[in-house]
Design a protein around this ligand. Sequence first.
Ligand code: ADP
Length: 488
Amino acid sequence: FSSRLKDPSILPAKGYVGGEWMGDALSGKTFEVTNPATGEVLATLPDMGAEETRRAIDVAYDAQKAWAAKTGKERAAILRKWNDLLLANADDLALILTAEMGKPFAEARGEILYGASFIEWFAEEAKRVYGDTIPGHQADKRIVVIKQPVGVVGAITPWNFPNAMIARKVAPALAVGCAMVSKPAEQTPLSAIALAKLGEKAGVPAGLFSVIVGLDGPAIGKELCGNDKVRKITFTGSTEVGRILMRQSADQIKKVSLELGGNAPFIVFDDADVDAAVDGAMISKYRNAGQTCVCANRLYVQAGVYDEFAEKLAKRVADTLKVGDGFGDGVTTGPLIDNQGLDKVKDHIADALSKGAKALVGGKPHEKGGTFFEPTVLANVTKDMKVAREETFGPVAPLFRFETVDDVIAQANDTEFGLASYFYARDLSRVWKVAEALEYGMVGVNTGLVSTEVAPFGGFKQSGLGREGSKYGVEDFLEIKYICFGGI
Ligand code: ADP
């Protein structure tokens, strides 16, 4: 597969452990990475585990000290070069991403630019890790606050954004002087390997950023959480695994940043621009075949515009979405990642239909077979259905009808999750009140797309801890130190 790249050197079939490219796991075992659209085997990788993780942590622990001693400007120069290499290799990186994950090539290319934007942003922030001076509490005292890197960070990432989820962790970590040992999802390790290879070419010192590839996430996770040289865990993935990692980090009181599941409400009020709301729903719901943690999961439409919105959305889905291999011409919707993902979508739809919902379009596996699924719009959805409570992670838009603002706020907030939310309305007072009432870390008002490196991404409630991106994203990788000068 790597021979299809313009520069095959960016994709060795190896893990990157403490600055060393390892083609063989210590266990001698291997695993295959496959294309979810075709089943083609893309690479056979060493199946690494706890021992390789420990080795990477040891090297990172030593390498981090010299890295932290550099100036912000020196670190920024390397990150800047890394960003430039990502952009220069965007086509190859997108090709790798579509092949291992399935999203359409144009979307994959968009992810590469999005991932690089974090490296650029945090390269700039590397120079701006400011502290404080505080007037002393006694006449002979002076107080200074400085910020220092937490040290070695363990990162675990999911398959739905194989490049960007790592980029937005490693960029702030390295920018402020931390080292990182990462474990990409077993379905999509190739994007992580290529990212690390380009980092090496950009001059990221050996051992600062490791990529442990392997099937045994729990074993690697245990080592990262249980090794006392690791001072922080940053994770993106399911709430279930986030809980495990937080528990495992408790023994050593490690810092934890978690970006977990969502159950995003998307609300259309009577005074909304309905066509704009349809545009927003298309991007928020069907991007990445519905497989993002900020995808609209429940669409609440006020009674006065319900029929119009339902009809227009169903028509747009039927007319504009094309399911297929992400490399195919005009394809907007790739396969679901695996059979488990497919089963969940089927289960949610069967449950909704059996309780009275109606499929306006789609509703079943696509005739292409495999894990391809028809983009679906369900009407007459009610809160006793699974789609109301669980994250579907597929191309399914369930439409709920509501009457009043209070009613929809109560329903939108009736979930343990609190990541992204969206609503369409034009009345200024309503816009403010609803934005403030939604118990979510992110609120899109009259837009279906909120992700950007310049704003804080993260959730309330069981959707997580901490923020990624923006000036707030830097703080998660820093310790605050207060220095008290006496006898002045
Ligand atoms: P998803 O449903 O998106 O696959 P997961 O939370 O299962 O989400 O997976 C996200 C990441 O967490 C993957 O890299 C996976 O290998 C890893 N993972 C899964 N289980 C564990 C665990 N017990 N400890 C550490 N990492 C895990």
